[in-house]
Ligand binder design. Structure first.
Ligand code: GLC
Length: 440
């Protein structure tokens, strides 16, 4: 590590190495195909929602092996899959409710084969679990709830016993922590303040302290996110690209930013704001250049497939990753002493002592690396390992034989680039810094 980072209780070694994961949002909302919050947006009671979608959930084309392979080929190293979203529907064979995939036409536990398929490919497996639940009878109406505008439903809160919901949350957590093998990460979602005269929910409601104790007892190494309103190993600013390494109380932390392809987490048929491959690759680079992870979300269809737009993006990212993942895995923010040249992003592999210059806008012939003279042993383009020659040392600028010669100072190293941009989404120059591990 080049930077001091707040220690985590869980094992974050694999996490800060792997950098790139797949988020999966899948549930009954995939059938509505218009955002996973539709139950709340359209103010549907748990019953009305269930009546409409539960017995229509038939993912006959679900192929977890294919999902895992597509993620693997895109260069993703871990998965975080929804076990239950805010709607309350459970994708695994929980003993604690009948509102679960085995009781729909799907007829089976959908989580177990998914976890197996990803693990088989050497990927880590994490679960997203919603704290919010719009189906459980004892979950009280709050400011996010679908029935928040229904006075009768709000007054019915008095007849609910939220501690029963808390027990349910603990019970389900226990199932997920004991029956699904080595779960590497747990992503709870989420706590929120009171608003518009209606209550919010937070650590007291969830019983966060006890819940964390339970999880740590069952899975001492698991990585926990930060949405229980206490601690957590991973800070997760979402749908936003931080401008620098994320800090909590003035200290750099392990962080991960979850992102969608198009704005919605659940499958959204008519959404048109899909990000391009170019933008997605740049988002990944940008995040790693600030010491973070990218968790990129797929919303599979109700039939159990990744749609064409998803396949197109994953394929494009995978093409870039096949040749450039070396600038992502095991990499982090470059030491602050190294200045990032114009239109570039830097990542750095501390154990190899290599610097990666990601060139967002291909310049004419030269990249000037200020302060780097004498520090580079060798340079190459990462996509084809073709040598990039460089010049360093002092040259005065001025006219020479009628031509203008740009000067450089003693400390600048100038990379001599081909005029033609390599035919890849984002070209990367790999710099072997002096003092790295001996080459064989
Ligand atoms: C937000 C949304 C939720 C989504 C999550 C992903 O909390 O409520 O729909 O699952 O972000 O991090």
């Amino acid at each position: 590590m080049t930077f001091e980072v707040e220690q985590t209780t869980g094992d974050s070694g694999w996490f800060t190495h792997d950098r790139f994961g797949l988020f999966i949002h899948w549930g009954l909302y995939s059938l509505a195909a218009r955002h996973e919050w539709l139950q709340s947006r359209e103010r549907l009671s748990g019953e009305a929602y269930r009546n409409k979608y539960f017995n229509k959930f038939d993912p006959d084309l679900y192929d977890p092996e294919l999902w895992a392979q597509l993620a693997f080929d895109a260069g993703m190293k871990y998965v975080v899959a929804t076990t239950k979203h805010h709607e309350g529907f459970c994708l695994w064979d929980t003993k604690l409710t009948d509102y679960k995939a085995p009781n729909t036409p799907a007829g089976r536990d959908l989580i177990r084969p998914m976890a197996d398929a990803f693990r088989k490919r050497g990927m880590k497996v994490g679960f997203y679990h919603s704290l919010i639940d719009w189906h459980h009878p004892d979950y009280t109406v709050d400011t996010k709830h679908p029935l928040r505008f229904d006075p009768e439903a709000v007054s019915n809160n008095a007849n609910k016993d939220f501690s029963r919901y808390r027990d349910y949350l603990f019970g389900q957590t226990k199932e997920l922590m004991t029956e699904y093998g080595n779960v590497d990460l747990l992503f709870y979602d989420f706590s929120f303040p009171a608003e518009n005269g209606l209550s919010g929910k937070g650590k007291e409601d969830w019983g966060s302290e006890e819940l964390i104790k339970l999880i740590r007892k069952l899975k001492p190494n698991i990585l926990l996110n930060d949405r229980l309103q206490i601690g957590g190993d991973i800070t997760t600013p979402e749908q936003y690209l931080p401008t620098k390494w994320v800090q909590v109380d003035g200290k750099r932390v392990v962080w991960e930013t979850p992102h969608t392809f198009s704005g919605s987490w659940g499958y959204y048929r008519d959404e048109e704001s899909w990000k391009s491959v170019d933008m997605l690759v740049k988002m990944l680079i940008d995040v790693v250049s600030k010491g973070g992870n990218l968790l990129l979300n797929v919303g599979p269809t109700g039939r159990g497939e990744f749609d064409e737009r998803t396949m197109d993006r994953l394929k494009g990212i995978g093409e870039w990753m096949r040749r450039h993942s070396r600038s992502i895995y095991g990499c982090t923010q470059a030491p602050e002493s190294i200045r990032c040249p114009q239109d570039c992003r830097l990542t750095y592999n501390p154990s190899l002592n290599r610097l990666y210059v990601h060139v967002y806008s291909w310049p004419f012939k030269s990249i000037h690396l200020q302060g780097m003279a004498g520090q580079v042993e060798y340079a190459q383009l990462l996509n084809d390992a073709s040598e990039i020659r460089f010049k360093q040392g002092f040259v005065e600028s001025g006219i020479e034989n009628g031509a203008y010669k740009e000067g450089r100072d003693e400390s600048t190293l100038v990379l001599s680039l081909p005029v033609k941009k390599p035919d890849v989404t984002v070209p990367v120059i790999e710099l072997f810094l002096k003092g790295g591990p001996a080459q064989r």
